[in-house]
Design a protein around this ligand. Sequence first.
Ligand SMILES: Nc1nc2c(ncn2[C@@H]2O[C@H](COP(=O)(O)OP(=O)(O)OP(=O)(O)O)[C@@H](O)[C@H]2O)c(=O)[nH]1
Ligand SMILES: [Mg+2]
Length: 231
Amino acid sequence: MKLSVIIPTINSENRIEKAVEHFSNYLDSTDAIEDYEILIAAQTSRDNTFRKIKALASENIRPLFIKEKGKGKGIQEGIRMAQHPWICFIDDDLSYPIEFIDDCVPLLPKYDIFIGSRYLGKRKGSKLRSFSGKVFHDYVSMLFSIPQKDIQAGLKLFRASVFDKISLPKEKGYLWDTVFLYYANKAKLRIKEIPIVYEDRPNQLSLFQSSVKMGFRALQLWWRLRIRKKD
Ligand SMILES: Nc1nc2c(ncn2[C@@H]2O[C@H](COP(=O)(O)OP(=O)(O)OP(=O)(O)O)[C@@H](O)[C@H]2O)c(=O)[nH]1
Ligand SMILES: [Mg+2]
């Protein structure tokens, strides 16, 4: 398999090197990977993230310097730059296991999109965060009729060619994934959830603040996509 791995990242000077090293060690050692590139989709940060990722550049590791805010924006730019037929994105804090690729490999011919699913697998960490994640999940799943169990998972693998069938979501924030899965289900793409063990490592400042913001954004998107029928 030839794979482009996108790491959306921000304010990560103290973790990005470790993440890139971990992912590239895995990609170098697994038989499943014929060729790969790692795209570090970094947004302008308060710390030295840009300087750190510049120093990581090599044949397989390509830093992207993105001015505009948002995890979705980082993923979009990564997808635009990706050169391989399979694309994966993964968070920068090692909360998701990259080894999930091994579980996907035997199933590649049968599916277009794989999700590293926290709700099928094990979730280590705070019960409150797990509960609020689930409430948000059920709310979004209802608004957009998305049947998958983990919509927002920060680990997804998909064919680059899916964007011949669906548009590349324009959403710039965390809800990029929701729009992606909404389009993918509508186009009847083949989606498989793979159980993973997730290590909760909270980054955001306030759970309440971010949940309210994302809840409101989900409503705006629901209005635009499902009621006004725009994309
Ligand atoms: N390029 C870019 N990446 C971002 C931005 N915000 C977050 N990220 C990255 O997106 C990934 C997920 O961010 P988190 O803050 O862990 O978000 P989360 O996992 O939904 O929230 P937590 O449950 O609090 O961890 C990480 O790799 C971040 O560095 C952004 O504005 N731009
Ligand atoms: Mg996180």
